[in-house]
Design a protein around this ligand. Structure first.
Ligand SMILES: NC(=O)c1ccc[n+]([C@@H]2O[C@H](COP(=O)([O-])OP(=O)(O)OC[C@H]3O[C@@H](n4cnc5c(N)ncnc54)[C@H](O)[C@@H]3O)[C@@H](O)[C@H]2O)c1
Ligand SMILES: O=C(O)CC[C@@H](O)C(=O)O
Length: 387
């Protein structure tokens, strides 16, 4: 029986992929084999030594100590693209909400008082304060052209906007999926100087932290609208509030409320709703549950942020899964240990990623505890499992 600890609400559609005869799933459980989570902050939280895999039912993994997990030989899985449509829809909504002053107008309407004919008069005299502008012909800058950025770029283009994108590491897959009308910016500064709206779809890492600061805000067009559905920390919020007060920035729409932002009249904060649709929650949970169970049961690795992609169809009687340092002669030592136990190799795959290497070996006979202990004791081996 595998034990799965959930640290956030994970959609039932995903949990149903873990059958009860093989999996015990709970939000409190001792010695879990794997953890499923969404935004729970795992930094400064003691991850039990029994954990063999972590599944993030979402895209961003900045809440998980990925480097520490790599040192322990534990793969971290995520769900690339599974919530991209949900975020795209919210970005489009955010542009419209900002351009048409919908929050301010709604708040005005909700506070109207008096008889209906009096309300009608206030509506006609007050609405001039909420006049907005339209999207076609305006330029949207998209920073980060991965699963979400590409969908946002295509949707904005379909709405008649000019779209400029920047991503130094765009994948071939993203490039294929993106409208050929999306223009490539020379860099962040080039994009910022030409955009009426700027939206961010990058992971939070050292290189993206405070990518929008006071200096960059000055280089932007007047009345720019900023949208941050990526992560708190990518934009220097204090600098944006200053730029809003100076009239440089028109509106700031983001998914990360704070005391500084939540009551500002030109800031619209939402409670981290980007991925909060039934469809996205189901997609993410199904994807990570499948990936984690395939790893626990078969050792296969799909969509890991720290492990190489490894898939091997089951053959032979038993399977050995070894995580080790990516140094010479590990494979030689593993196969020697198997040979010393009289085990014949049926199939084998070995892949590396950075400092890690991962091997699956199918053998004809039963792998003994003595054999796994010998492999586990080999210098550079981080973990060994028989499956
Ligand atoms: N608000 C939400 O609920 C929500 C939901 C999903 C994702 N997110 C956030 O959005 C981020 C992006 O998600 P995704 O699914 O598109 O991820 P993704 O990995 O598909 O795309 C990220 C893209 O950013 C690019 N990138 C990295 N550093 C860059 C830089 N310095 N400049 C420009 N581009 C850079 C990468 O090359 C990649 O193409 C996630 O990491 C997460 O933090 C938020
Ligand atoms: O789980 C969520 O609701 C948010 C997920 C989102 O931030 C992500 O990075 O995928």
């Amino acid at each position: 029986m595998y034990k799965i600890l959930t640290l956030n609400n994970i959609s039932v559609a995903g949990l149903e992929r873990l059958p009860r005869d093989k999996y015990e799933v709970a939000s409190e459980i001792q010695h879990p084999d794997a953890i499923l989570l969404r935004s729970f902050n795992m930094h400064n939280w003691e991850i039990p030594s029994s954990v063999k895999a972590i599944g993030r039912a979402g895209a961003g993994v900045n809440n998980i100590p990925v480097d520490d997990m790599s040192k322990r030989g534990v793969p971290v899985f995520n769900a690339p693209g599974a919530n991209a449509n949900a975020v795209k829809e919210l970005v489009v909504a955010g542009m419209l909400i900002a351009a048409r002053n919908l929050c301010q107008g709604w708040s005005f309407a909700r506070n109207l008082e008096g008889e209906d004919n009096e309300i009608s008069k206030q509506v006609e005299s007050g609405k001039k304060h909420f006049a907005g502008f339209e999207l076609p012909g305006r330029t949207l800058g998209v920073i980060g052209l991965g699963a979400i950025g590409v969908q946002v770029a295509n949707a904005a283009h379909a709405l008649g906007m000019n779209v400029i994108g920047y991503d130094p590491d765009i994948t071939v897959q993203s490039a294929w999926q993106m409208s050929s009308d999306v223009e490539q910016a020379a860099g962040v500064d080039d994009l910022l100087s030409r955009s009426d709206f700027v939206t961010f779809h990058v992971p939070l890492v050292d290189a993206t932290r405070h990518m929008i600061n006071e200096e960059r805000l000055h280089s932007m067009r007047d009345n720019v609208v900023l949208l941050n559905f990526s992560r708190n920390g990518i934009i220097d919020d204090e600098a944006v509030v200053k730029a809003l007060e100076e009239g440089k920035v028109y509106s700031y729409v983001c998914d990360f409320p704070s005391n500084l932002l939540k009551d500002h009249p030109r800031v619209i904060t939402l409670p981290h709703l980007g991925a909060s649709t039934k469809e996205a929650e189901d997609n993410c949970a199904i994807m990570v549950a499948d990936q984690v169970s395939d790893f626990l049961e078969n050792g296969n690795v799909r969509n890991s942020v720290n492990f190489p992609k490894v898939y091997m169809k089951r053959g032979g009687k038993s399977r050995l899964a070894v995580v080790n340092a990516n140094v010479p002669n590990m494979l030689g030592q593993i196969s020697t240990s198997l040979a010393e136990s009289g085990l014949n190799i049926v199939d084998m795959i070995n892949k590396s990623r950075g400092e890690l290497a991962y091997t699956l070996v199918d053998v004809e006979g039963e792998i003994t505890q003595e054999c796994t202990d010998r492999i586990a004791a080999t210098e550079g081996v981080l973990s060994v499992r028989t499956l």
